[in-house]
Ligand binder design. Sequence first.
Ligand code: FES
Length: 262
Amino acid sequence: MKDEELSRDRSRRAILLIAKSAFAATPHMEMRRLAEGLAKAKPDFTVHYALTEQGTPSLFEGLQSLVDAQMDSVLIVPLVLPMEPSFSNWLKKSLARWQLSDDRRWPELSIAGDIASSALMMALIDNLMENSEILAASPAKRAAPEGSLVPAQKRRVLVCEGGSCNSAGADAIWNHLRNQQERQKLRVIGDGTMTAKSTCLGPCNLAPVLQVFPEGTYYCGVTEHAVDRIIKEHLLGGQIVDDFAYHPTGRKQRLRNSCMEN
Ligand code: FES
């Protein structure tokens, strides 16, 4: 194989390091440093990082950029401890869902083993112990805490993180909503919107579910596209988005086709 062909072939293999959240600059720098260090150690791979809950690039965005770059394979390495089964399920289901909704050729995806079961874990802990820091025996008394501002926001969005919603991609919905909240400054625009995760909100078979207050509107079968419309039309425009809204009827309801197509 010629050098040029070899380098083209090599550039199509990627490693995607994933962590859960990073908003501040320091954790981003940490992830970047890890990715750069790995890229030096593995020159045959393109190395990126992404975040699954809060912060950018999100996992969805990170994967999209590797699909855009026409990678042949992507090895996803979760830097997550402990690796909860629900996280692992969510990851596999989200990857399958994203591939199904995108007609382009996707790279072959694989997921590395979890950190806790690595044979090198004990060596890592040993190494960390060598760099431990002794804390002062009796920390200096801290000043009395200041009071807290009572939030002025009138709107609240609850994103269900119960089992059914998690399996249906609730983390991706949460991640997308939080990123849009930052980008569009939703906390301070209009009525002001706060967001929070919740346990089961009730209509599990209509997952993933979120609820918008003060109206208490349920949105079910929510996708990233639905979140964009809910932000624009409901949170900022004050109009319930009937394409995704479910109102109590006293009878069992199924996901509408429009939800599954969006
Ligand atoms: S798990 Fe989300 S509504 Fe029950």
